[in-house]
Design a protein around this ligand. Sequence first.
Ligand code: AMP
Ligand code: FES
Ligand code: ZN
Ligand code: ZN
Length: 333
Amino acid sequence: MKCRKCGHEAVINMRQHKLALCSEHFLEWVPEQTQRFIEKYRMFTPDERILVAVSGGKDSLSLWDVLLRLGYKADGLYIGLGIDGGVDYSNQSHEMCVKFLENFRSQISSVNVTADDGPQTVNTQYLIPKLHVVDIAKLYGETIPDVAARTTRGRGKPCSVCGLVKRHVMNRVARDGGYDVLATGHNLDDEVAVLFGNALTWNAGYLLRQAPMLPADKPGLARKVKPFCRLYERESAAYALVRGIDYIYDECPFAEGSTSIAHKEILNQMEKDSPGTKLQFYLSFLRAREQGLFAEQAAHVELNACEKCGQPTSAPGLCAFCRLWERRITKDE
Ligand code: AMP
Ligand code: FES
Ligand code: ZN
Ligand code: ZN
């Protein structure tokens, strides 16, 4: 298989795009595509400050790398969840984020960025990114698995509590740090699996909140973007590999057996039989959403500010995050 651009040996063949590329051209293609999506969905502009939520996985570290190489002012946020799972999961993930930043700093003294008047070489001294770290156990006294074990929300699995805590902390750090926008590494496979799940139950509220860019339309909410939402998981993994980014290969130990993994398997089978299925499904959804298919529901969502933290909540009084820590009951009580 030859690279379509230069004829050298290709490192990746993307059947859905009918495109094979060599390493050099693939490393150019990913940032070009990302930049296209950033503009298309009006995610952010070069003068805005971005907070990238990094989990230590391939998607978020690749995203951070791409945004920095595109010349964006992007800091990282790692949330320590206190998950061990026999593989020291959280500590290893944290280490990957720290390592990424060290490598990035040492490798690059200057980067080529594209400005309005063409490509320029910019000294990265002033672009050197920061990594914010929030350790949940240190801050709130309990790890995610511990909180999940004493609340009904977890029902034995910490994923729901974990999602709630991550969303809250990301939003808080973005807001308190004066960032214009919060970026996550969700890729097309993630987005399509969520979409598939929500479409099975026609959950209009969730469908309405699923988008490449969610504006900060409520007080206390940060704008949220997913610049990799049209990039296949395989492409983002290949980017990390070819770029030499070290990332945590293990999935979260609690993800095993989850519905979203089951949905991903079904969707992979469909993609294999008909390349491009996932992308078409996602793009058709975005089109329908834009045309107002779920707009009716929007009018019915009423949010109040949480009495304690100020973040929007549908419940009166405290938000779900604050209730999580308020209702603290020790096991022997
Ligand atoms: P997940 O929900 O694990 O599929 O992760 C989706 C996205 O959320 C990742 O691409 C990251 O941007 C972000 N994320 C997940 N876990 C963490 C974490 N521990 N700290 C910071 N960001 C995270
Ligand atoms: Fe939160 Fe798995 S990452 S439970
Ligand atoms: Zn090439
Ligand atoms: Zn609250």
